[in-house]
Design a protein around this ligand. Sequence first.
Ligand SMILES: Cc1ncc(C[n+]2csc(CCOP(=O)(O)OP(=O)(O)O)c2C)c(N)n1
Ligand code: SF4
Ligand SMILES: [Mg+2]
Length: 312
Amino acid sequence: MSTLTLPRTTLAPGIVPDLPEAERKPLTKKDTAADHPTWCPGCGDFSVLALYYKIIEKRKIWHEKICTIAGIGCSSRFPYFVQAHGAHFIHGRALAFASGVSLSRPDLHVFVFGGDGDAFSIGGNHFNHTARKNVKLTYVVMDNHVYGLTKKQTSPTSPIGFKSKTDVWGSTDRPINPMKQAIAAGATFVARSTATNIPHLLKCMEAAMDHDGFSFIECLSECIEFYPGAFDGANPRKGGSFPEVPVEHDVTDEYAAYKLADAEGPGVFGIFYQVKRPTKNANEAKLIAEHRSKVEGLADWQILKKSFDRMK
Ligand SMILES: Cc1ncc(C[n+]2csc(CCOP(=O)(O)OP(=O)(O)O)c2C)c(N)n1
Ligand code: SF4
Ligand SMILES: [Mg+2]
């Protein structure tokens, strides 16, 4: 069952849609923070949420323009914690719902959040098709390499040997590579970051938001409860390293991006791939405009009649 999160009825100072823009105050974390997040203390997902509040304030995204969508999972509880429009939707189907919102409301920047299971198990098909259609939205996958909400099952990104409730002797299945999958499916913005490198993640989220098309970020986000230490190798504070995408990397080179994605885990961090390609939003808008020009001046019933006559 999906649950819609609705705006509160008492308006905070920044939430006054009928004021002229210049007089409106950016929404602070206090304005946008909803329920106290129910994540375990130390869960990586807190970083992504904190940065989302920051982006809303920094980019002056007005209350009525915020749209936060997610599927099901610990990470997918995200919209509950944002006091604005959004939906905690069906497991794996967040992108389908978000695509509809994005196509019908070009004035919004739609953000979708979720986990590795939501994105690549049950939602695998939706991921591929949203990417290839280049629907304008930003998708941040908080990849913890495990199903957190359902208490430790193997996920599509769990490494070989990972012991879980579904693989008590250790997983033998080759994990998927989200970066390769996104590039191959046709995503036009593909980046990787971690929840432990806040400035880097903020840069990636802002760049993703500025991208006109389907922007995807794989954010390594530790599940402190069921896969602690999974990303220590990417955390210099835990003895790991944080190699960034080389400055000479050409982000428009699909094969170079694919090669970067081949690096041994935890891999490299930054924008792997970014190209310009017409969005589904632009293509549909063009189609609608062309059709409208052909039926200009006609009443709705006349347009309908024309369609029915064509079917005869
Ligand atoms: C149709 C359906 N199948 C299975 C479930 C059970 N389920 C809920 S969340 C989840 C996986 C969550 O894993 P992930 O997306 O990685 O999120 P995390 O909890 O790790 O953040 C599963 C299998 C469900 N809610 N609906
Ligand atoms: S179970 Fe894991 S993913 Fe879920 S809130 Fe706790 S630490 Fe985060
Ligand atoms: Mg997960």
